[in-house]
Design a protein around this ligand. Structure first.
Ligand SMILES: C[S@@+](CC[C@H](N)C(=O)[O-])C[C@H]1O[C@@H](n2cnc3c(N)ncnc32)[C@H](O)[C@@H]1O
Length: 410
């Protein structure tokens, strides 16, 4: 049974990588996946009552091909050439770039989207990175469509991915990571300490400094964890995700909160209009004082944001992306973050023309925010379908990626 499953998997995987496939290329791919040698593919044995000589592995592959055809997933595209049907494209695993390969998916005037594993892509190139802003795959027990590392693998997985970026980080540059607090120990309502381990590894392995940990409060999250909050009733429903901010040099850090000021509240504007505070008061044993005519008397450009981000995940840009991806027959990314969140960190931590990267690009939200704010950007993503969908968000994306030649090159 195992053998049959992996034969099916390797045939569908081969079609997941190519629009159309000749039988010779299909046999080659499946042979590599199944560990068959060249002589396995050449050997012939008498088969059936007539005893005509056939190659058994190739016959097995053709049998899978016929089965997929009967299921309506595969169709003949020419003599000895097959392709997925529209239904097949929905069901077959998404196209993942081979380890070590880097392909240009598309470019704009300001940025490039690469179909690549981030471990490989940032090792090339030397423009200093001012901000790496990303949401890596979380170590979820039930993996997303794009897969994820386990909790035990997580620190090594992320450090390996970030290492080339840390090496290219500009002095005072930042790394901002959106992680999950909701990774539970197996069978227990207790949370994993993976993020504490990761923070220590960022300091110990890379010499980075933790600037802050911002709770991203998202009241529109679906209720959960169902097992521990709704069924066992021992946990509360989740309402936030941590966002870690690291730098390599806190003295030179390029953050400037004047780029993210919020409007003053009506109360603050009232105080300003009245010439500031009218009371002399002390609070908390003198730690905090109000001085009549001095406190809140200076006109300032805006309110410094609190280090808690309150925003729901609903986002006009995401909705438009999802509609466009569906219309193009592409899978919709299951874990994008809001454009406003990306724009906030890009404004806080960079200026125009700085280089912003997103190693785990997904639907290219960070890239889009960088483009809109006039920053250079590089985004990498291992799954082609997400790049294709994300590319629809850019008005001036080059056509290169979508040409059949590009697909064949992969
Ligand atoms: C949480 S999602 C990012 C979502 C993104 N912030 C957005 O707004 O769409 C993580 C993405 O990383 C991709 N990925 C996983 N491993 C990768 C790797 N080694 N290199 C590049 N991308 C990877 C996954 O396919 C997935 O799309």
């Amino acid at each position: 049974m195992d053998g049959q499953l992996s034969l099916f998997e390797s045939v569908t995987e081969a079609f997941g990588r190519q629009e159309e496939l000749e039988n010779s290329a299909l046999y080659k791919h499946v042979a590599e996946r199944m560990g068959w040698t060249e002589s396995d593919l050449e050997a012939r044995q008498p088969v059936g009552q007539a005893g005509r000589p056939h190659n058994i592995p190739k016959r097995q592959v053709r049998w899978v091909q016929q089965t997929l055809k009967h299921l309506g997933l595969l169709e003949r595209a020419g003599r000895g050439v097959w392709r997925l049907t529209a239904e097949g494209r929905k069901k077959v695993p998404m196209r993942r770039i081979e380890t070590g390969q880097v392909m240009l998916a598309f470019s704009t005037e300001l940025g490039v989207a690469l179909w690549a594993d981030c471990k490989t892509a940032y090792a090339r190139g030397d423009e200093p990175i001012v901000l790496a802003l990303t949401s890596p795959p979380f170590p979820l027990a039930k993996a997303r469509a794009y897969g994820n590392p386990t909790e035990a693998q997580y620190v090594d997985f992320l450090c390996e991915a970030l290492e080339p970026i840390v090496r290219r980080l500009a002095p005072g540059g930042s790394i901002v990571l959106n992680l999950s607090n909701d990774i539970f120990l197996p069978g227990m309502p207790a949370r994993s300490l993976y993020r504490e381990r990761l923070v220590l590894a960022m300091a110990d392995r890379f010499g980075l400094y933790k600037m802050d940990e911002h709770p991203w409060v998202n009241r529109s999250k679906a209720p959960g964890p169902v097992q521990w909050a709704s069924l066992k009733r021992s946990q509360l429903n989740v309402g936030w995700e941590p966002i870690y901010w690291f730098t390599n040099d806190p003295h030179k850090v390029r953050a400037d909160n004047r780029r993210v000021l919020e409007p003053h509240t009506a109360r603050h504007l009232g105080l300003l209009a009245g010439g500031g505070e009218q009371r002399d008061r002390e609070f908390s044993d003198g730690a905090y004082t109000l001085r009549a005519g001095r406190s809140f008397a200076n006109v300032t450009a805006g309110r410094i944001p609190r280090n808690v981000l309150e925003l729901g995940h609903h986002c006009g840009s995401q909705n438009a992306y999802k509609a466009a991806a569906r219309a193009a027959g592409l899978p919709v990314h299951g874990a994008p973050f809001p454009l406003r969140l990306a724009a906030f960190y890009i404004r806080l931590l960079t200026v125009e023309h700085d280089l912003v990267v997103d190693p785990f690009g997904g639907s290219l939200t960070v890239a889009l925010a960088a483009e809109q704010l006039g920053r250079h950007w590089i985004a990498t993503e291992v799954i082609w379908e997400y790049l294709a969908g994300g590319g629809l968000r850019f008005e001036d994306a080059s056509e290169l990626a979508w040409s059949p030649a590009f697909l064949r090159a992969a």
